[in-house]
Design a protein around this ligand. Structure first.
Ligand code: AMP
Ligand code: ZN
Length: 472
């Protein structure tokens, strides 16, 4: 399998530390607000990475943190804790909003077919581990105390900027967001491991530590949780590209100084979802969520399809026009699958090259766009319908577009037989008009349409999936 590695800036052959086993870590959400569809692009593509690895035969253990303390509004260690801002905004406690937005995150993941990692750990549940790491870093001379906080001393490292030119984008963010410099830092790139004196004094959650009552920095959370649950050698670390600097750069600095050897071999970064205003971001506000898309009538699967159409290493431009195109393509694909007969016929030999192309697409740095084209190749192939259905179901086990489920629904809602397409279209228009009339509480018009259809022998049934019709 070939994977692009941000650390070497090359596509490389993937070789895990232990043959056949993959230890994978994902930076989880900061739960002070709903995840936006940009965050979820990253989680969709990481889900594709995990499922591709499993499909290709690896045994994957994956851990993810939930950031519920220590992520300040600036990645440069200034500003307020994002969780505290969220709690103030909603007049609730930090733990209340953490629970609410963690649940909301996993509910969005469910809707988008993103599998929950087998290990999910809130940062507030691992404080002892962070204290142990910070103590060891102090003992080894990689950290210092200043003004009540513990800082990592980046001058102790041979190389701090490990992602090469990748830091530039992040640096720009860091510089823009760090409104005031921290006078305690010995070097500009030093960062906080443990706060007892932050720039704001009303932090809600604090713990006893050898350095006083305080709370961990955001970066130490991911090093601590990853080492505690996945061990000293990590195969793949994932996140959105904005995490490469400073967050992942700092994670590498801490973890390798603590462990005394190289830590994670492959760094998988997903490029951003951008809208007309640039990178979609929680702090800018005005972002889109899965619920908002649903309210506007979109199936969350259409958004997953939209994401899979592009490679994870390219920025993705969001617009409703682009989403509409993806939704239409998804619907058409489902309709084509719904038209396949369930004849149970198989052709293993004929299926093999298509399976090879699908595996090849995934093994080629998770090329999801290429993997989608194999679905169309299956539909066009000279194979019995039963084999096509079996292949599509197998591939969808990885893609998780819920194709077979959607096709079944589509088949159940398909136009009744014995009605020609023109008449069916005309009936659909009348039904849509009746739905509109009912929405506007125009009962007289709604009833008139129902009567007119009844006079033509068309019976309507209202169901949770919409109006169904049949003709005598
Ligand atoms: P956060 O909840 O802010 O900690 O971010 C959760 C994940 O979403 C991280 O991996 C970020 O790098 C990623 N992320 C943030 N904004 C975007 C975006 N516009 N597009 C893609 N991923 C993003
Ligand atoms: Zn992280």
């Amino acid at each position: 399998m070939q994977l692009y590695n941000t650390l070497t800036q090359k596509k490389e052959e993937f070789v895990p530390h232990e043959p056949g086993k993959v230890r994978m870590y994902t930076c989880g959400p900061t739960v002070y607000h709903f995840a936006h569809i940009g965050n979820l692009r990253t989680y969709i593509m990481e889900d594709m990475l995990e499922k591709s690895l499993r499909y290709l035969g690896y045994d994957v253990t994956r851990a993810m943190n939930i950031t519920d303390v220590g992520h300040l509004s600036s990645d440069g260690d200034t500003g307020e804790d994002k969780m505290l801002s969220g709690a103030k905004r909603e007049h609730k406690s930090v733990m209340e909003i953490a629970k609410f937005y963690t649940d909301a995150f996993f509910s969005d993941c469910e809707k988008l077919g993103i599998q929950k990692p087998e290990i999910v750990v809130p940062a507030t549940g691992c404080i002892d581990t962070f204290i142990e790491l910070v103590s060891a870093l102090l003992d080894k001379g990689f950290a210092y105390l200043a003004g009540g906080n513990v800082y990592f001393d980046t001058s102790q490292l041979k190389t701090y900027y490990v992602f090469g030119n990748m830091e530039e984008e992040g640096l720009a963010v860091g510089v823009r967001e760090s409104v005031e410099a921290d006078g305690n830092k010995r070097n500009k790139s030093d960062f906080v491991l443990w706060f007892t004196k932050s720039k704001f004094d009303d932090q809600e959650l604090k713990w006893e530590s050898p350095w006083g009552l305080g709370y961990p920095g955001w970066h130490i959370e991911c090093s601590g949780i990853s080492i505690k649950y996945l061990g000293e050698y990590l195969d793949i670390h994932c996140g959105g590209i904005d995490n490469a600097f400073p967050h992942h750069t700092n994670e590498i600095a801490q973890s390798e100084s603590y462990l005394g050897h190289p830590w994670c071999r492959y760094w998988f970064h997903v490029l951003h979802l951008n809208d007309a205003r640039g990178k979609m971001s929680k702090s800018k506000g005005g972002f889109l969520t899965v619920s908002l898309l649903e309210e506007q009538g979109y199936d969350p699967m259409a958004y997953r399809f939209f994401c899979l159409q592009s490679h994870y290493r390219k920025p993705l431009a969001f617009s409703f026009e682009n989403l509409d195109n993806a939704a239409a393509a998804y619907k058409k694909l489902v309709q084509r699958i719904a038209a396949l007969k369930d004849d149970g016929k198989r052709d293993e030999a004929g299926a093999a090259p298509l399976r090879g192309s699908f595996r090849g697409a995934l093994a080629n740095d998770i090329n999801t766009a290429q993997a989608l084209t194999v679905l169309y190749d299956v539909l066009k192939a000279d194979l019995p319908d039963g084999e096509k259905r079996a292949l599509l179901a197998e591939f969808d086990g990885v893609l998780t577009l819920r194709l077979m489920e959607a096709a079944e629904k589509e088949a159940a809602n398909a136009q009744p037989s014995g009605v020609d397409a023109d008449e069916a279209a005309e009936i659909e228009v009348l039904i849509a008009r009746r739905v509109e009339a009912r929405k506007a509480k125009n009962w007289a018009e709604a009833d008139a349409i129902r009567d007119a259809l009844a006079a033509r022998g068309v019976t309507l049934t209202d169901t949770p999936e919409g109006v169904k019709w049949s003709k005598k």
